[in-house]
Write a protein that binds this ligand. Structure first.
Ligand code: ATP
Ligand code: SF4
Ligand code: MG
Length: 365
């Protein structure tokens, strides 16, 4: 069995510039992640922890400046390629004591290089399902038209009639009612749940190997949320597609994912098999993950739904990242023997058991 990851993110950093604060917001600040073929990786973390920006960076869909400033995103398609290849040639980053002081970017060349790297990848190899499908689809065209165009662009089905049959096949696969009628609907003519199904059909229709779903069930009512989660689970089983799913709903994450990554302040704090991260099967857990899991209201059952609430303390300000552990000001497990270290030195993301990594001095040695 091949062990090379389908996607390997190394030290990804995506910053934005805040004019108001005249400083860089370090939205993604050294993310390392791996997704193996056939895995469903769930990404969790409080609001603002950098989950969406990480995924948008992979897709090259960061519009605001300066955007992606460093790192590597290795994608294993027919050959292994770095989706960020050559971008650093068009950037000049000035740092002082680990703090970014200035970024000069040759915007046009940088963007051209990014688009060249993404050619044949975005939409074809890697497809994305967004939280709000109505704004992600073109309001002026029918969903049928949009799916047909996607199929013609990305698959061997080039003849329009053939692509239309294939579009109907996908609309049927996502269990949209009356696919032949829905084919002629515009996105605004569909309910939220139906539109999300159409978006999933569109993403799958390119027969992408990696599906990125950013909050695919948020904003839908509870019954529809659960049906969309059922659908994703079923499609994953049937098609074997690799999935990265971001959700605030631990019920959805727990059900769909075999691996989980926990983000905080633009960094991955813990990653590993779901059993280790959620159920602490090896007896090890990051204090932040523990606090997140405790924030789920008791009446919510993790296997059905489990919405993450906020935890005590202020969310990290990624403009002024502290020297030590990012979670130090909120950590409940800091103890005398490691306190100094927690405040002065950032822990590495260290292996604590097979495939399980934790960024915490409690486990670093
Ligand atoms: N275009 C942008 N310009 C400036 N700051 C941005 C931009 N996009 C995101 N950010 C900031 O980057 C940080 C990470 O944002 P991101 O959207 O990735 O968070 P998230 O983990 O997906 O949160 P949520 O769970 O609320 O969706 C936030 O502080 C956000 O305000
Ligand atoms: S390194 Fe220290 S402050 Fe950070 S999570 Fe671990 S114990 Fe808490
Ligand atoms: Mg988000």
């Amino acid at each position: 069995m091949s062990t090379s990851p389908l996607l390997k993110i190394e030290n990804l950093r995506t910053y934005f510039y805040s004019r108001a604060k005249q400083a860089f917001i370090r939205s993604v600040d050294g993310v390392d992640l791996e997704v193996n073929k056939g895995d469903t990786l769930g990404i969790v973390g409080e609001s603002g922890s950098g989950k969406s920006v990480t995924m948008l960076s992979i897709m090259g869909l960061i519009a605001a400046r300066p955007g992606i400033i460093s790192g590597e995103v290795w994608y294993q398609g027919e050959k292994r390629i770095n989706l960020l290849d050559g971008l650093k040639d068009h950037l000049n980053v000035t740092e002082e004591n680990g703090r970014v002081m200035g970024i000069e970017k040759e915007d046009a060349q940088w963007q051209r290089r990014l688009e060249a790297n993404m050619e044949g990848i975005r939409g074809k190899e890697i497809a994305m399902i967004f939280q709000n499908p109505k704004s992600a689809m073109n309001p002026f065209f029918t969903i049928g038209h949009q799916i047909v165009e996607n199929i013609i662009k990305h698959t061997p089905y080039k003849a329009r009639e053939e692509a239309k049959d294939r579009a109907l096949y996908w609309l049927d696969r996502v269990k949209i009612d009356s696919p032949k009628l829905r084919f002629f609907n515009h996105p605004y003519g569909l309910s939220g749940g139906m539109c999300q199904r159409a978006m999933i059909a569109m993403a799958l229709s390119s027969e992408a190997k990696l599906l990125i779903a950013d909050e695919p069930t948020t904003g839908l009512d509870a019954t529809i949320q659960s049906r969309i989660a059922d659908l994703l689970e079923e499609l994953r089983e049937q098609t074997g597609v690799t999935i990265v799913i971001i959700s605030h709903d631990m019920g959805v994450i727990g059900r769909l994912s075999n691996k989980i990554a926990v983000m905080y302040g633009g960094r991955v704090m813990e990653s590993g098999p779901s059993a280790a991260v959620i159920d602490h099967s090896d007896g090890k857990s990051h204090p932040y993950t523990e606090a997140l899991l405790k924030s789920i209201p008791k009446e919510d059952n993790l296997s059905t739904q489990g919405h993450l609430n906020s935890i005590d303390g202020e969310v990290l300000d990624t403009i002024n990242v502290p020297k030590g552990c990012r979670f130090a000001t909120r950590c409940q497990r800091i103890n005398k023997s490691i306190e100094e270290r927690c405040k002065s030195e950032e822990p590495p993301l260290a292996d604590v058991s097979t495939g399980h990594k934790i960024r915490c001095w409690l486990y670093a040695d």
